[in-house]
Write a protein that binds this ligand. Structure first.
Ligand SMILES: [Zn+2]
Ligand SMILES: [Zn+2]
Length: 127
């Protein structure tokens, strides 16, 4: 995947990406306070260092939809979360045309960058 189509798109993607990362930190904390620290799919429990493997999934798949009561959130471990979005990506590949240059196109990409990042950090810290 290439994000280097135009400087314009690149700039706005970078901006949204940054905003989302900042937003993510605070909704993750809120979600962790609201819910028990259990993956909603596989039921594994997370605590201490391993809490990093628990991520916030948006039920409507819109990361900008963050109601304070947490009704759009689900806690998923990184593995279940990846599965959830791999399914989406397959669906997206069929569903989306090229008419949309919006940052939405980078949604899945950002997630996997984040996941890869998480894995790297995990490895480093576990050694
Ligand atoms: Zn899980
Ligand atoms: Zn998700």
């Amino acid at each position: 995947m290439s994000l280097n189509k135009t400087g314009d798109v690149q700039g706005s993607v970078a901006k949204v990406f940054r905003m989302r990362q900042e937003g993510e930190k605070c909704y993750r904390e809120r979600a962790l306070k609201l819910f028990s620290k259990i993956c909603a799919h596989c039921g594994r429990e997370f605590s201490g260092k391993r809490l990093r493997e628990l991520t916030v999934h948006h039920k409507d798949h819109n990361r900008d939809n963050n109601p304070p009561d947490g009704s759009n959130w689900e806690l998923l471990c990184i593995y279940c979360h990846e599965n959830e979005h791999t399914r989406d990506q397959v669906a997206d590949a069929y569903a989306t045309g090229s008419d949309d240059e919006s940052p939405e196109n980078s949604f899945g990409h950002n997630l996997f960058v984040e996941l890869a990042d998480l894995m790297k950090k995990k490895k480093k810290l576990d050694e």
